[in-house]
Ligand binder design. Sequence first.
Ligand code: MG
Length: 376
Amino acid sequence: MVDVHATGLTLWVVENRIAMKRSQGIGSIDKTSRRVLIRIDTDAGVCGYGEAAPWAVFSGTVESAVSGLARYFWPHVKGARVADIPKIIKACERAAVGHPEAKAAIEVALYDIVGKAAGLPIYQLLGGKARDRIPLSFSLANPDLAADLKLADAMYAEGVRIFKIKTGFMEHRDDLKRVETIRTNLPGDVDLRIDYNQGLDAFGAVAKLRDMETFRLTFIEQPVRADQWTAMAELTRRVETPILADESVFDPATAQHAVFERIADAFSVKIMKAGGLVNARAIATIAEQAGLPCYGGTLWEGAIALNAGAHLIAATGTISLGCEFYMPRYVFAPEELEAPLDLRDGYVYPAEGPGLGIEVDEDVIARTAIDTLSLN
Ligand code: MG
């Protein structure tokens, strides 16, 4: 029905100023962050947008995303019938391993095109809505605690009820004091979580996490290193607060192993880790079968990637722990946003228009781009 073929790829490397200081335990970013945006053009005049937002310490580099897209994947997209998304993605997977962010960018752009051509939003292409809106989780990661408390108050007033505190980048007793201060300063209905970003040594981790349990946390995210699966499983067994795996679970294959070895009670799903919407959905399905809920995580993603994520979560019931899609609004400089993200009253709403459902401002992209490439 959608007989449209890909004819051209435009790729921008954009650099955004970071308006808010963040300390994430690893790979802290305090000045700028780089992402790759793409536009795929077609012979029907419809175009689709995608985004690859790698984080060097987490998933990959901007440079590898660029070469993946331009050199390895575009030749398999060029000329292809856009509606045959699984066929195109399979060809990309055969062309190069890894590069999940580049694969996500292509897949999202193809869904954007198909949705526009069919007049349907991406959440509808994924089966339809399981929920109308997604609770927003805001991450408190400013090394300046007073600034974070003030910010948390303002976010609470806006309707945000979920906060995630980045731990593991200071001494354990300082982490405890920080979590306690935030817990006592925020109203009692706040859903609080913590995220170590792999920051704890496995040695002694049980006792440290048990100390944290007094703060009524909904989950503790990725306490130890991604590859320390035995330690993750041990913590999951011995700590009552649910453990959430982020860096340990990238794709459906690791999700399946993680279920077998029960290394966590919940997973963080990110299209940048999984390599797109379909793989992210598969992780959620594996988790659902095992009775594990999922959380909508993000890297340093802008509005194109996060709108894609909002479509995914709207259509996927088991991603039920909210999402952390606040970056474009609260971390990037506002005048550098290439597209809107519908974020209000503490919720993220999937866009209602066809495809991604957003208007992308290429003037903004031209202003923030440090590199541009056009291929056909
Ligand atoms: Mg995380």
